[in-house]
Design a protein around this ligand. Sequence first.
Ligand code: RP5
Length: 167
Amino acid sequence: MSSSEQPRVGVIMGSKSDWPVMEHAVAMLERLGVDYETRVVSAHRTPDLLFDYAKSAAGRGLQVIVAGAGGAAHLPGMVASQTALPVLGVPVESKALKGLDSLLSIVQMPGGIAVGTLAIGKAGATNAGLLAAQIVGLQDAKVRAAVEAFRAEQTQTVLDNPDPRPA
Ligand code: RP5
């Protein structure tokens, strides 16, 4: 489940079926050189694992947790209730309601337990990886430099391609 000996970011998801979305968070972390771990942790299928994971996360050296889930997406909120680490929630698209249910489940936390909620689907997962890197970058100059380089490259790509018409 780990990509390194000392992961700084935990990327968890409620089901293997979330991977096609959540892999975009992992891809961003890899691009920015952030050490991470990833695994399935289900709030309703493996509640004891959820508690163990969240309670042990800070002690194991994690600095931020990215949690993706779909439908009645209680995973990010439950994880946040068991750790003081920042938790970033990614609403995964559901078949019936296209992820609006996931979004509302994650974003509507009562005041007092914070979950940073990203957009539904791929964009949210990508930005969760980016935001996690920015958090790690507060204390890691190499990761901060990677984030700044990524942003500069993105800007330059737009400036270098001003013509919107297909080539
Ligand atoms: C949630 O239910 C998962 O996060 C997933 O998005 C959704 C469906 O899970 P599966 O039935 O595909 O395992 O727990």
